[in-house]
Design a protein around this ligand. Sequence first.
Ligand code: CP
Length: 337
Amino acid sequence: MSRTAPWSDQLLPLGGPRRHLLDLDDCSREEITQFLDTAVAMREILRRPVPKAPALTGKTVVNVFLEDSTRTRVSFEIAAKRLNADVINLSGSGSSVTKGESLINTVRTLEAVGADLIVLRHPSAGAPYLAAAHLRGSVINAGDGWHAHPTQALLDLLTIRDTFGRLEGLRVTIVGDILHSRVARSNLWGLTRMGAEVTVCGPPTLLPPAWPAGLAGCLRVTFDLEEALSGADVVMALRLQRERMAAGRLPSLREYSRLYQINDARLARAAPQVLVLHPGPMNEGVEIAPTTAHGARSAIEDQVTNGVAVRMAVLYLLAGAPADTPLRPPAAEAVRP
Ligand code: CP
């Protein structure tokens, strides 16, 4: 099933087998490439004098954000509006979630009023899988607990590919609180699937004790930042997720910064044209020095900008999927209770 959008000859055909985007662990290299190529086509729309296209006319996108967000929430809303969807935003406070309504009943309610796509951010890992199992439309995971943040990973991949023209063979180092980072987890699936050589680095208390079978053996893991940065083409700094962190994981922020902060002096060990990324929000002066965050090697603002095009691409590609497309189950080990 496919039909070509009449308003642009640059876009890939609408429709395909994927109905939900819950993580990148079940995305093939070809699918990831399709998301990225479609995002590039979406950027052309965003550069027009009137940056809109009617691709999602008649579709209703509901953004359900049960956890705080700036970048993801705003860019999904802009993305849906750029494609002419009807957009509804729902947060925890002010909705019947505060009265105890379950996620399943919330999803059923949204479907009953006409939601075609639900974008869900939820504090619990696995929540989007539950929603997907009870919705005839599409679910996009906008971040679930520690587990996954696939559209963030896609925009990170696009930002890297824009700079280097490829992902294959690049040396990518992710530094910081890997344990609590859904951004890191989705990036690990995406980067390794696209052929990047990935190193993860952080204090022992902030690295996972074990890796899913599909990732173990594909990563270099080290506590030593100098070793991790050596020759890196891309360095991604992560925020300390203190809202998810049990006490005692770190002696102090000062100690963490002393050992693991990404700054210009430390980047001297990386490749000369190293690209610096951060998914945001940043705690400047903790995991990244302000001069590095806003320096010549930083692509942090490009990441945010790419978020709109990537989310347009994801909404567009999922909106064309027929309603009877089977739900792809998550890799069992990827979902935490
Ligand atoms: N990167 C990211 O998810 O940022 P927000 O929490 O602001 O959406």
